[in-house]
Design a binder for this molecule. Structure first.
Ligand SMILES: NC(=O)c1ccc[n+]([C@@H]2O[C@H](COP(=O)([O-])OP(=O)(O)OC[C@H]3O[C@@H](n4cnc5c(N)ncnc54)[C@H](OP(=O)(O)O)[C@@H]3O)[C@@H](O)[C@H]2O)c1
Length: 309
């Protein structure tokens, strides 16, 4: 289950931990700092060792929770954080602020190094290598403050630009049954030795099967209009028919892990029940027939009219 991570010396479990939810009351509902620390410690006890965070998650609290939880076992875990959306809520992608933002993350993480840092949804100019970001990151990596670097992106065009123009250790990308935009590029990235981390694996929760057309959403998920909710609900029903199951979580994660080019998947985890569920399901191997059915569903019913985040 473990894979070597991003040209570093560490190995990670393919089931990672999406930490946007940690302490993120505004976007995802209430979670105290103490509960967040306990959740991360429980995840480590259960074998998870990859954590995906960012300064902008809960105004720095997600990083602080991870820092507090892992301070006695820092070398056993891999922390992937980001650059560009700061803890104060500002967006700042200026090259000269890279070091400063890294030092701020290190302080919150109570660490002397960051395993990997990703440019957090940067502009196309940056992805096409027209700026100094990757030169600066290479320098900082040589100094040992960071061990690897890359980008967090969403679409085929962004992924293509990275493969064509810049050298990175890691790409984090939006990928799930309902959004398979970059599927044709996974193998090429893998061949280049790039670690691939897949974000939003449950389509923000839809691919658990627990929402339908009557569900109401708050926080970050209030972005969907009625039409989008109806369409997602309809597609979820189709998945339930294909799998014969009401709970789709293991199929959604299993679909991603069935792509051997993918290094790890990072479901956003809010509580101990969700954590235990993922731990139990991580051994599930998706049958090839279902994988093909999920690809067909996407190709025939979603691809031409994408379901955006
Ligand atoms: N730009 C970026 O770099 C970026 C953007 C998005 C995400 N990410 C990263 O990717 C991670 C995952 O994405 P995401 O959290 O947005 O979406 P996600 O993983 O697709 O969905 C997370 C939601 O799914 C539900 N869930 C998770 N596990 C469950 C389980 N076992 N049983 C039932 N429900 C479960 C929870 O919903 P409820 O809240 O309803 O319980 C949770 O909030 C984030 O935490 C973050 O680390 C990065």
């Amino acid at each position: 289950m473990a894979k070597k991570y991003a040209n570093t010396k560490k190995y990670i479990n393919r089931l990672g931990f999406g930490a946007w939810q940690l302490g993120n009351t505004d976007f995802w509902g209430y979670m105290s700092k103490e509960d967040g620390v306990l959740l991360v410690k429980e995840a480590i006890e259960k074998g998870i060792n990859f954590f995906d965070t960012a300064p902008g998650y809960a105004y720095g609290l997600s990083e602080s929770i991870i820092g507090e939880a892992v301070k006695d076992c820092r070398d056993k875990v891999v922390i992937n954080t980001k650059f560009g959306h700061t803890a104060s809520g500002e967006t700042d992608f200026s090259v000269f602020s890279l070091r400063e933002q890294i030092y701020e993350s290190l302080e919150r993480l109570q660490s002397e190094y960051i395993d990997s840092i990703l440019l957090h949804n940067p502009s196309m100019d940056i992805l096409e290598g027209k700026t100094q970001h990757f030169n600066e990151l290479a320098k900082i990596k040589k100094e040992g403050l960071i061990h690897a670097y890359g980008v967090s992106i969403d679409t085929y065009d962004e992924f293509r630009a990275v493969l064509d123009h810049v050298k990175v250790d890691v790409i984090e990308v939006l990928f799930n049954i309902f959004f398979q935009d970059v599927r044709p590029l996974l193998n090429e990235a893998h061949q280049k030795g790039i670690s691939i981390i897949t974000k939003v694996p449950l389509d923000s929760g839809w691919l658990t099967g627990k929402y339908d057309e009557f569900s109401e959403f708050e926080g970050i998920r209030s972005r969907w209009d009625d039409e989008t909710i109806q369409r997602r609900a309809h597609l979820v029903r189709e998945l339930k028919e294909l799998t014969g199951a009401e709970d789709l979580t293991k199929y959604a994660i299993g679909f991603i892990l069935s792509f051997k080019e993918i290094t790890a998947v990072i479901p956003g985890i809010k509580n101990s029940e969700q954590l235990k569920d993922h731990i139990e399901n991580q051994v599930y191997e998706l049958p090839q027939s279902l994988k093909e059915a999920f690809i067909k569903l996407y190709d025939e019913k979603i691809k031409d009219e994408p379901l955006y985040w």
